[in-house]
Design a protein around this ligand. Sequence first.
Ligand SMILES: NC(=O)c1ccc[n+]([C@@H]2O[C@H](COP(=O)([O-])OP(=O)(O)OC[C@H]3O[C@@H](n4cnc5c(N)ncnc54)[C@H](OP(=O)(O)O)[C@@H]3O)[C@@H](O)[C@H]2O)c1
Ligand SMILES: *[C@@H]1O[C@H](CO)[C@@H](O)[C@H](O)[C@H]1NC(C)=O
Length: 293
Amino acid sequence: MGRLQKILIPFAGLVLAFWFYSAREDFKPEMLKGKRVIVTGASSGIGEQMAYHLAQMGSHLLITARTEAKLQKVVARCLELGAASAQHVSGSMEDTAFAEHVVKEAEELLGGLDMLILNHIGSSYFHYFDGDVGHVRKLLETNFLSYVAMTVSALPMLKESGGSIVVVSSMAGKVGFPFTVPYSATKFALDGFFSSLRQEFALQNTNISITLCILGFINTDSAMKAAADVVLIPPAPKEECALEIIKGGALRQREVYYKYATIKFSLLLRDWAADLLDYLIRREYNLENLEKK
Ligand SMILES: NC(=O)c1ccc[n+]([C@@H]2O[C@H](COP(=O)([O-])OP(=O)(O)OC[C@H]3O[C@@H](n4cnc5c(N)ncnc54)[C@H](OP(=O)(O)O)[C@@H]3O)[C@@H](O)[C@H]2O)c1
Ligand SMILES: *[C@@H]1O[C@H](CO)[C@@H](O)[C@H](O)[C@H]1NC(C)=O
């Protein structure tokens, strides 16, 4: 290799790395000021934290989940934190009619929509697949079909605003993990639906961004309760996770990875050494504690 190439290649690498990282730092909280946002699954966990971040940024919020009392508390906190407005609708996403109802509420209460954050999940088990087909069907309704229904209902408003759809998924929606078979199926389905839809938006010049968020283990109460004693990986903080999702959505990124380096490295392994990744994943579980569950 010539001396010039020896210098040029690392230099080009540095320039690319710099460009990439500086592009990632472009986010400004003002981007969300006055924006009309729906957050689903916002009564606890990552959804609740996203509502608080958006409130501090001055967004108009419509939040939803099943538990009325929790939603009221989150709304009150959002108003304290500086939300332009904050309202809630309660109901279950097992029913696609409710999913459509939430979008109609946004139209009436906010007069339009800039960002649709799809984040809720129905409860499932953390154990070997139990063969219950009915549960898989029910979870697909809650974790997948309601996302589809909300997207379809929100399309006219999002087209008008040049808005964004943010879909919260998981490493379990990109790679096979044990003990979450029905859940993984619903997350892979989201990738298929929204990645295909993104292609059609590009072909049709539909100016709606779709951001799929690939999260690792996060320290929400429900995840800690389900898996903390079995999963050996240390969990990442839900507050920072929530902020990274909002940043990715505002910057119209195609995917968000949190935490970035761990997830990117795993996905690299998935494509180049799948058996090795599978083996490394299987080593991250305490099977004795699983049996005690
Ligand atoms: N925590 C993690 O380790 C982790 C890892 C990867 C990906 N994620 C993803 O991050 C997102 C949030 O997870 P999280 O840990 O924050 O979960 P979470 O704390 O359990 O929150 C789930 C939310 O969904 C709502 N919900 C549950 N069943 C519902 C139903 N039938 N209809 C409507 N809403 C319902 C819950 O409120 P109600 O009970 O009041 O309805 C709650 O607000 C999910 O998409 C999850 O897959 C999490
Ligand atoms: C798409 O929408 C975004 C955000 O609303 C806007 O900044 C951008 O200029 C729009 N692009 C086109 C091609 O209209």
